[in-house]
Design a protein around this ligand. Structure first.
Ligand code: DGY
Length: 323
């Protein structure tokens, strides 16, 4: 009897996804779900031809060198800054991610975070829970207007466009964006979005939302210099990746009320959160859950599994990063 190929599912996924994979492969799972460090991942990958990862597992040159049998790394995420893609490609390994299935869900969350930040939901709930609410007042937790305001989007990929549509069509917002390249006229018209320079985006947005991929060139794309260009009444929302914002600079700006508020779903060095961010009140903090609905997380896990199955059984690709 010929032995079946072996793969690793590096974090816990839905049982139905593991069952689907087991129809084709011997599947090693990470039962306690703790993220595997580099040495653990290399050890678990010996003799394996595929691995399903999340953003918590780093796949770099050292790993692919130490795992010569590996043929596919399938990330359960649209972002893949945990992959050293040139090293993976040079090793002849296919990499895949999970685009599209999370676009609308993530845009919903981006908008939820924008609304919560502008309308001070976290601050006001803390106040209520602390028993401090003893009378109604005209200016109590008065926040920033969302309807009809100017929405700035930095990074205008699929999720940025979905956020633009929500802002323009649902909230009558004036949508401006900055991106590596300007969208075609049809897409701009659908999104009712206008391309501007990064400087204009910073200066004129009432609400600025970050939806760009993380890379060396987007590291600290929003730091003290950029924040200094924003309106003192502006809010900043980050649902992209932590390293895009200089967390210490943001905390100082919030503390000194140089911008009004921030909503963050992602953090540099997460799950650690910069202590200065925890100390400011004018912030809404969530633990990297923008794509976290049950249906979407299942769709992401299934798509990663489909990539592994298609490639290892038929040599086909579904959503490859390096076809
Ligand atoms: C993504 O898909 O990139 C989300 O941030 C989950 O990691």
């Amino acid at each position: 009897m010929t032995s079946r190929p072996s793969i690793l599912v590096a974090r816990q996924v839905f049982p139905e996804v593991v069952d689907k994979l087991r129809q084709h492969f011997d599947v090693d799972t990470n039962e306690d779900d703790a993220p595997l460090d580099a040495a653990q991942l290399v050890a678990r990958l010996q003799g394996k031809v595929g691995v399903i990862t999340t953003g918590s597992e780093r796949v770099d040159a050292a790993l692919v060198t130490a795992c010569p049998q590996l043929r596919i790394v399938a990330n359960i995420a649209v972002g893949y800054n945990n992959f050293d893609l040139p090293a993976i490609t040079a090793a002849g390994i296919l990499a895949s991610n999970t685009p599209d299935v999370l676009t609308e869900t993530t845009a919903d969350f981006g908008f939820a975070l924008l609304l919560a930040t502008a309308r001070r939901l976290t601050e006001s709930e803390h106040f209520l829970r602390a028993g401090q609410w003893n009378r109604w007042a005209l200016d109590m937790f008065a926040g920033a207007e969302v309807n009809g305001s100017t929405l700035g989007i930095l990074g205008m990929g699929r999720i940025g466009q979905a956020i633009a549509r929500r802002g323009a069509h649902g909230f009558n917002m004036n949508v401006i964006y900055h991106n590596r390249s300007q969208l075609d006229a049809t897409t701009e018209a659908e999104c009712k979005a206008r391309y501007v320079s990064k400087e204009e985006l910073l200066k004129t947005s009432d609400h600025l939302i970050l939806v760009l991929p993380y890379s060396a060139s987007s590291h600290h794309a929003i730091g003290a210099t950029e924040i200094a260009q924003m309106k003192p009444t502006a809010t900043l929302v980050n649902i992209a990746r932590g390293g895009i914002v200089d967390d210490a600079a943001l905390a100082a700006a919030l503390r000194e009320k140089r911008i009004a508020a921030a909503g963050l779903d992602v953090f540099e060095g997460e799950p650690r959160v910069h202590p200065d961010l925890l100390a400011v009140p004018n912030i809404v903090l969530t633990p990297h859950i923008a794509s976290a609905t049950i249906a979407t997380r299942k769709a992401m896990a299934h798509l990663a599994a489909d990539n592994v199955i298609a490639y290892l059984t038929e040599g086909k690709t579904v959503t490859p990063l390096n076809p």
